[in-house]
Design a protein around this ligand. Structure first.
Ligand code: VGL
Ligand code: ZN
Length: 198
């Protein structure tokens, strides 16, 4: 793990991935310790907001008969059905006023782990002149991983906030492997205390 300082600057955007009730303890697809990301992301979002930098949240937003659900032959329990309590962003997630919201995997027959897939996130980031994308949220080994890989493929600098992510860890070590993979592809791993206002 490298330690250092990341001074926020123009072109930085914070992306908060899928911090939704169903991914929190007690939820339908609970990520162990998933609630621990909330205060970290709240503080980070506040730092971005103070610097006048944008914050975007994504949400998993499935139809009730989504192909990723077990009863449709998919790998997951029913989760994040559009309009339900489980699909709502965590109540204690304090996103700055004006934060954008991106819904993904909204079509029955297609799953999408990446917040870029089938959404206008790429366009939004271009419009914002984003150069560095800071990413935190759930889950490290699925949506955070896929989103960060797409961001790298789009030519963005990617900073994964390692104290603001948690993994499903269906196979022990999945989360750590995902972080190592992202680092090997050029993402920087950083902690909140390395992120400083401009
Ligand atoms: C996710 C599993 C299924 C995620 C979404 O947000 O990481 N994981 N759907
Ligand atoms: Zn899902």
């Amino acid at each position: 793990m490298t330690t250092g300082s990341l001074r926020l600057r123009k072109g930085d955007v914070l992306l908060v991935v899928d911090v939704q009730n169903d991914f929190l303890p007690g939820g339908a697809l609970a990520v162990p310790g998933g609630d621990a990301v909330i205060p970290v992301l709240d503080t980070c979002a506040e730092k971005f907001d103070r610097c006048g930098l944008p914050v975007i949240a994504s949400r998993d937003w499935h139809p009730g008969d989504h192909c990723s659900f077990r009863e449709q032959g998919g790998p997951w329990p029913v989760h994040c059905v559009a309009g339900t309590h489980g699909a709502e962003l965590a109540a204690t997630l304090a996103l700055p006023r004006g934060s954008a919201l991106v819904s993904k995997a909204t079509e029955r027959d297609r799953d999408a782990y990446s917040a870029f897939q089938g959404t206008d996130l790429g366009e939004r980031l271009k419009h914002l002149h984003c150069r560095r994308l800071f990413i935190g949220g759930l889950a490290t080994d699925y949506c955070v991983r896929a989103t960060a890989l797409d961001a790298l493929a789009a030519g963005l600098e990617v900073i994964v906030l390692e104290d603001a992510v948690r993994a499903v860890d269906a196979h022990p070590g999945d989360g750590e492997r995902a972080l190592a993979e992202l680092a090997s592809r050029g993402a920087r791993l950083a902690r909140l205390d390395e992120v400083h206002g401009g």
